[in-house]
Design a protein around this ligand. Structure first.
Ligand code: ADP
Length: 500
């Protein structure tokens, strides 16, 4: 296969904008395929048709009526509906009322079974559509079983003889760990648990993430820095020995954001559109946001935003330690997020104690999110670890200056501002420490006083290229690497990871 030939790629994800979203994976799945298609490749995507995805609203059409899908020792039935992203990327929705007709996306006791079914249906769908992809691109644990199957149950299936797999790790912390039973459901019980001399735990559980890493032809994660970090025990979430074994197949490709959707000049959710030439208009968004959030309306006071899943990963423990000190400073804070009850309480208390100064929205709200990106002066992400992070990139695109901990993708995208040289596009700290965080907020506030300096920082963020342009090409290179790696996989038996 030469680099000129268009590739056929099936891209699978558990969530995807605009159909279903809980976090960054949905943004990536809804935008990277568009960018790859724009490079001339035939990429198609697939996801479950969750109950909340309205077939009429999205104009979905049935392309495959119910067909049998092997699950455990029986057959379940799947149907396939087709829609599109941005009118040119086909989306195949796997339909099954028993598994997907529920209010939410995840967090059900049968999640392993639900995603095994999704993956198996997607493979069987390909045969029925008679569409043979060169690449199956899997994302996170929900789709990690596919590389495992292609090297076991589908190993001798001529339909997949030319198909290579790519496995993207969006967050190593969510591994999808289950018991023996899922091997039976997935039809791979005869191959047993995985075994690795440095990872004793693996011999007793089914860790989907580990299987994706072990069986995929190539693996990547969503920033170069995180790709390095996960090789260490600190960030490796107990899979670092396996990742180190596979490091010759492990790459880092920074996520992009969708520059059509994330565009302050055209964003329908914000009160006042603006661009880098008309930055002075931006303040209207700040005033409107302050009004909406019951904050004191004041164009001059620095307004810091947080939009996040409220989990330990995002650094809210160290923020909690200094939150009262932060709010004693001359600033306002607006928080939008959902997650651990512990952090709901923490932020609710702050909203009560600092009325007019702190506003807290404990919900998921895409419209308010855009208003916060467009209306705040600074955007805070003090993450303990961060595979890539989209929030800081969206914030920069909208002229909100990021304050981050230098880890993973945050380190790759935000460089600490040095007033002496003018280098840097935001504020960052290295040590995961409450006072380092506090001091960095104070530094940002000090620099905010210098209007020209601040404007230059905003312009830097707004004119940087965080689009998919560069990264989509890197994914295409990765696809060719996967094809090249395919015939040369390590023999599982030699490697000793899978025992019979
Ligand atoms: P992660 O994938 O770890 O959640 P990212 O920074 O990569 O973090 O992506 C988070 C995405 O989800 C961003 O697009 C952010 O704006 C969005 N988001 C997070 N929480 C909320 C919320 N409560 N309401 C609306 N959007 C949210």
């Amino acid at each position: 296969m030469t680099a000129q030939q268009p590739l056929k790629i099936l891209y699978l994800a558990a969530e995807m904008v605009p159909f279903a979203k809980t976090g960054g994976l949905a943004d990536v799945a809804g935008s990277l395929p568009k960018a790859i298609r724009a490079l001339g490749h035939d990429i198609r995507v697939s996801m479950p048709r969750y109950g909340r995805i309205d077939p009429i609203r999205f104009g979905l059409q049935e392309v495959l009526p119910a067909f049998p899908v092997p699950m455990d020792k029986q057959m379940e039935e799947a149907a396939v509906l087709q829609g599109t992203i941005a009118s040119d990327v086909p989306v195949y929705f796997i339909e099954n009322a028993k598994y997907y007709d529920r209010d939410g996306i995840y967090m059900y006791p049968d999640d392993a079974e639900r995603f095994i079914f999704f993956c198996r249906s997607a493979l069987e769908m390909l045969k029925r559509l008679n569409w043979r992809p060169d690449i199956i691109h899997c994302n996170d644990w929900h789709t990690a079983i596919i590389p495992n199957w292609l090297k076991t149950v589908y190993k001798d299936d001529p339909f997949f003889a030319q198909t290579a797999t790519v496995y993207t790790i969006h967050n190593l912390a969510y591994q999808g760990i289950f018991g023996y039973r899922v091997l039976e459901i997935a039809g791979i019980a005869e191959y047993g648990f995985m075994y690795h001399p440095e990872m004793a735990d693996l011999a007793e559980v089914v860790d989907f993430m580990a299987r994706g890493i072990f069986f995929a032809d190539v693996i990547n994660t969503v920033s170069e820095k995180y790709a390095q970090e996960i090789l260490t025990p600190e960030f490796g979430e107990k899979l670092d020995p396996l990742l180190r074994d596979r490091r010759d197949r492990l790459f880092g490709i920074l996520n992009g954001i969708d520059y059509e959707v994330m565009n302050p000049a055209t964003d329908k959710y914000i009160v006042q559109n603006y661009d880098v030439e008309h930055l002075e208009k931006r303040v209207q968004n700040k005033l409107a946001l302050q009004q909406q959030a019951n904050l004191k309306q004041d164009a001059g006071i620095p307004l810091i935003g947080i939009i996040s899943r409220l989990t330990d990963q995002k650094g809210f423990d160290i923020l909690g330690d200094v939150l009262d000190h932060v709010l004693d400073l001359d600033l306002q804070l607006i928080v939008l997020g959902t997650g651990d009850p512990h952090y709901h309480e923490m932020f609710s208390r702050i909203a009560q104690a600092y009325q007019g100064k702190a506003a807290v929205f404990l919900t998921f709200n895409a419209e308010l999110a855009q208003r916060i990106y467009a209306g705040t002066d600074m955007f805070l992400m003090p993450s303990r670890f961060e595979p890539c992070g989209l929030g800081q990139m969206i914030a920069m695109r909208y002229g909100s200056v990021p304050i981050v901990r230098a880890t993973g993708g945050l380190a790759d995208t935000v460089k600490d501002f040095d007033p002496r040289t003018g280098e840097g596009n935001g504020f960052s700290f290295a040590r995961y420490d409450r006072w380092a965080l506090f001091a960095t907020i104070v530094r940002a506030l000090e620099n905010y006083k210098y209007k020209d300096t601040w404007r230059r920082l905003q312009i830097k963020g707004m004119t940087a290229d965080f689009s998919w342009n560069a990264s989509a090409r890197k994914y295409v290179d990765l696809y060719y690497r996967a094809i090249a790696a395919r015939g040369k996989e390590t023999k599982l038996e030699d490697y000793g990871v899978v025992r019979k």
